[in-house]
Design a binder for this molecule. Structure first.
Ligand code: SF4
Ligand code: SF4
Ligand code: FES
Length: 364
């Protein structure tokens, strides 16, 4: 007998594969179910309860992100009961979450505020004073944590644990004092944290945020344009989105943060290292070389044309080869070059100067 592997969502039949959750099937079928603690890179936690749906035969609403699809299951994702639940839940979240984006957002999008607006959840249930301890004095240069904005969805801690395998942050404390902390509340610099910034990327409320855009005095609510690029720090080729503030620097534009699209298909699936995410300052650095320089007889560097610089470099290499033989030369290329550029360097080394002394730090 062939096993029937279909469920019904809002009356429509959909096939599913073993191990898929209601949310997986709904996503494929284009049925929108709101989520906050869900991330396809992480194991389901069922922590935020925004994705609760009705399942026929079940007394309670069930979390779509953590409930496996089973044969002949009948799911309702939009009903008066589900809507009442969502509005109530979001209204409760709103009681201790800043409603003004400027205060709550530190460069990360605030999915919770978007959701409160989209589902027209009440925002007038009064504000609750937060009793969570904070680590405002954390001297790490990149990652800011705002305990009052956190909804304890544990996306950041699970990311740190399951994707980075670092476990630098954890849920700490009890009851209303539960918060995200480190061992003994230490600065992230004194933990195993690798400053990958992934906890900022996955946080749906802006509680984990970037320090850098704020310390530069920019407005955190500004519209940023994402420009897709490839990180040039090493040979892996991670896909990045350069977030450009077009209005900064009197309209010249400025990269104010780097994010990465978690598409599931790119080399890095939304994950970055500290260099790719935070070391973008060089792009606008005043000391960045923009013209070729050659050293004069007095030992100082002087601007020149590309043609002159290349001729001088060629003459210098030829001179070494003549004086010390072809293996007197060695070529070291950069992982910040493209594969094609590195190919040309090894061609230059082997075909033009006749030496195999060629290397590139990423060995691509
Ligand atoms: S920056 Fe990366 S390693 Fe550090 S706490 Fe965040 S997720 Fe963990
Ligand atoms: S800091 Fe953000 S990701 Fe981490 S638990 Fe709080 S709301 Fe969730
Ligand atoms: S997304 Fe399902 S419980 Fe949070």
């Amino acid at each position: 007998m062939i096993q029937e592997t279909q469920i019904r969502i809002n009356g429509e039949k959909h096939s599913f594969r073993p191990g898929e959750t209601i949310l997986d099937v709904a996503g494929r079928a284009g049925v929108e179910i709101p989520t906050l603690c869900h991330d396809p890179r992480l194991k389901p936690a069922g922590a935020c309860r925004t994705c609760l749906v009705e399942v026929e035969g079940q007394r309670k609403l069930l979390p779509a992100c953590a409930t496996p699809a089973t044969t002949d299951m009948a799911v309702v994702s939009e009903s008066e009961r589900v809507d009442r639940h969502r509005k109530t839940l979001l209204a409760l979240y709103a009681t201790d979450h800043p409603s003004n984006r400027e205060a709550s957002e530190r460069g990360a999008p605030d999915e919770l505020l978007d959701m409160i607006e989209n589902y027209r959840a009440p925002t007038d249930w009064g504000a609750m004073a937060s009793v969570r301890a904070n680590r405002h004095d954390d001297r790490n240069p990149y990652i800011h944590f705002e305990p009052d904005t956190c909804i304890l969805c544990a996306r950041c801690t699970r990311y740190c644990d399951e994707v980075e395998a670092v476990s630098a942050i954890t849920l700490a404390g009890r009851g209303s004092e539960t918060t995200i902390s480190t061992v003994d509340g230490l600065s992230l610099l004194d933990t195993s944290c690798e400053m990958c910034g992934g906890c900022i990327d996955v946080c749906p409320t802006g509680a984990m945020g970037e320090k850098m855009p704020l310390t530069r005095g920019d407005k955190p609510e500004r519209e940023l344009e994402k420009v897709r690029s490839t990180c040039n720090f090493c040979g892996v080729g991670c896909q990045v989105d350069l977030n450009v503030d077009r209005e900064a620097d009197d309209g010249a534009g400025r990269i104010v943060k780097v994010t990465s699209p978690p598409t599931g298909t790119t080399t890095n699936d939304g994950n970055l290292c500290v260099k790719g995410r935070f070391a973008y300052d060089f792009v606008h650095h005043p000391d960045r070389l923009k013209v070729p320089l050659v050293r004069g007889a007095d030992g100082e560097f002087y601007e020149t044309s590309w043609e002159d610089a290349l001729q001088k470099a060629a003459a210098g290499l030829q001179g070494v080869s003549e004086r010390h033989g072809k293996n007197g030369l060695g070529f070291v290329s950069s992982s910040r070059c493209t594969v094609e550029e590195n190919y040309l360097v090894q061609k230059l080394s082997r075909a033009v100067f006749g030496t195999n002394n060629v290397h590139q730090c990423a060995a691509t």
